[in-house]
Design a protein around this ligand. Sequence first.
Ligand code: CMP
Length: 140
Amino acid sequence: MALERTFSIIKPDATRRNLTGAINAKFEEAGLRIVAQKRIHMTKAQAGKFYEVHQERPFYDELCEFMSSAPVVVQVLEGEDAIAKNREIMGATNPADAAPGTVRAEFAESVGENSVHGSDAPETAAQEIAYFFSGIELVG
Ligand code: CMP
C-alpha cells in the first residue's frame, strides 16, 4: 500500500449545518491525516472551472450555483490508499445508496447536496489539489 494524498471538499450543505468537525472526525478516525485545510467561498465561475468535466450534464448549473452558495472547506487528506479510503468514508454519491456509517448516509441531504466531494483517481487528485493549494500550504 502506498501513502497517498487526495482532495476533499466539505460542501455548503454541511458547512451551513456546522458539520465540519463531525466530518473531519470521520476522516481522522479512519486514519486519514488532514495535511491542508481552508475555508473559502467560491464564486460560481470558480466552481464552474472546478467541475468543468461535468459541464455537459443537466445538473451542472445547479451544481455550480450550490457550490458557490455558501462557504466550503477544501482539504488535502493523506494516508495509506487515501483516495479509495476517502471514497469509502464518504459513501455513494446518492445518499439513498450510501452504506450505513458513511458521511453521506449520515449527513447528505440529496444527490446534489451530498456534504462532501473526494477525488476519484490519482490524476484528478493531483489536479484538484493544485487548483486550490500551493506546495507551501501542504504540511505533512
Ligand atoms: P461530487 O463528488 O462533488 O462530483 C460531482 C457532483 O455532481 C456530485 O458529487 C453530486 O453532488 C453532483 N451530482 C451528481 N449527480 C447529480 C444529479 N443527478 N443531480 C444533481 N447533482 C448531481
